[in-house]
Ligand binder design. Structure first.
Ligand SMILES: NC(=O)c1ccc[n+]([C@@H]2O[C@H](COP(=O)([O-])OP(=O)(O)OC[C@H]3O[C@@H](n4cnc5c(N)ncnc54)[C@H](O)[C@@H]3O)[C@@H](O)[C@H]2O)c1
Ligand SMILES: [Zn+2]
Length: 362
């Protein structure tokens, strides 16, 4: 019999939730939902791709268990994280009888988790929701931690809430249908988690190296479960992102500026990968990190076919503006999270601008 390890996360809102991880878990989700939410209205929110791949199967499973789920889908992609889509979802949910005791099932990647979670946080002042993450980014990162939200014209994730899910169901087998590029995006977050928090996991990643580009079976399961456990352990210590949770922003200061300055031509994972290499380089140059540790990071990123250099065609002026650096300032407007060694990060570091400027032509 396959055993599904359980991880219980205590939320400060006097609720705790279980993160279930197991290959083959997907087909057991209807029974698990029925056990805890029998008799409630169930609404699945997904995107058009995931609806086709897994949505119909989940809907049938729930129907066979005696529930009457309604499935709503939105177009795939980041643009769905908008107030317009949120409003359309509110309308459909309310027209179909959403109640305070209904259950929302977020089935999809990080976009769906953030969007459906935001709808759940706000409709009728808060509906219970569960996460069924289907992308690697969502399985190792976004489905755990309770941060939900949408984008605003002035920036990503600017409108949101903390609304922890009531449960998270992670089946790594669902990742087999992801494209290589989407899988690599998730690998960037896995490397971030390992480099920021766990030297032994980082060494494990190095040992498996290029095998991780398309893992299956026990390697895939270990990759996902170790990452999500590490993420959960940090969230448990700092649910509202006021301290230690910020170590997970490693690579994201430069990463976000690269995403913005390339108008999202680089995917988030690619931008974070370059961001980690650049921030580790800065840390090595200011004498915080051993050069050998910086080189280990770059070596692993290369083995995973993740980028580690700022592409030559990224506009330096646009990048510096995005990072809050104009010609006159000698310190960036943004605080960095920089590594002191693998597994130890420093939060809130000011970086003198020459170190940021020197990233060009690295
Ligand atoms: N809340 C958080 O803590 C947190 C953390 C990290 C990222 N995020 C957010 O997550 C989002 C990125 O998530 P993402 O990379 O999963 O993007 P995504 O949800 O857009 O999914 C990427 C693509 O993969 C497809 N897809 C998903 N699962 C699939 C599967 N199993 N097989 C085939 N295709 C599949 C989707 O349809 C989509 O086209 C961003 O909006 C980011 O801000 C949130
Ligand atoms: Zn990220």
């Amino acid at each position: 019999m396959v055993r599904y390890p359980q991880l219980t996360l205590k939320s400060n809102r006097e609720r705790s939730y279980v993160v279930h991880v197991g290959i083959g878990l997907f087909k057991r989700i209807p029974a698990m939902i029925l056990r805890d939410w029998k008799g409630r209205g169930v609404f699945i929110i997904t995107d058009a791709n995931v609806r086709r791949l897994y949505g119909t199967q989940l809907q049938h499973g729930l129907t066979s268990s005696g529930m009457s789920p309604l499935m709503l889908d939105v177009p795939a992609g980041e643009n769905a994280k908008s107030l317009k889509i949120v409003t359309a979802l509110y309308t459909q949910l309310l027209q179909h009888g959403l109640r305070r005791d209904s259950l929302i099932v977020a089935l999809g990647g990080g976009v769906i988790g953030d969007l459906a979670g935001f709808v759940a946080a706000t409709a009728l002042r808060g509906i219970t929701f569960v996460q069924v993450p289907t992308s690697l980014v969502a399985q190792v990162d976004s489905s755990v931690g309770g941060k939900v939200g949408i984008n605003h014209a002035l920036g990503k994730n600017l409108i949101g809430a903390f609304h922890p899910p009531a449960a998270v169901f992670i089946d790594p087998a669902l990742l087999q249908s992801l494209t290589q590029r989407e899988f690599r995006n998730g690998l960037a977050e896995v490397v971030k988690i390992a480099f920021a928090l766990a030297p032994d996991f980082f060494t494990w990643l190095e040992r498996h190296g290029s095998d991780l580009r398309k893992p299956s079976g026990s390697v895939l399961r270990a990759l996902v479960s170790r990452s999500v456990w590490l993420k959960a352990s940090i969230v448990a210590r700092d649910e509202f992102d006021r301290g230690i949770r910020r170590v997970l922003n490693f690579g994201h200061t430069i990463g976000h500026a690269l995403e913005a300055s390339t108008r999202y031509q680089l995917s988030h994972g690619e931008a974070v990968s370059i961001g980690m290499a650049a921030e580790a380089k800065i840390a090595a140059e200011i004498g915080l990190l051993k050069r050998a540790d910086y080189q280990r990071l770059v070596h692993l990123l290369k083995a995973l076919r993740l980028p580690s250099r700022i592409p030559a065609d990224v506009s330096k002026a646009r990048f510096l503006a995005a990072i809050g650096l104009d010609k006159k300032s000698d310190i960036t407007g943004t605080k960095f999270v920089l590594p002191r060694r693998i597994g130890e990060m420093l939060i809130g570091i000011d970086v003198p601008t020459p170190f940021v400027r020197s990233l060009w032509g690295q």
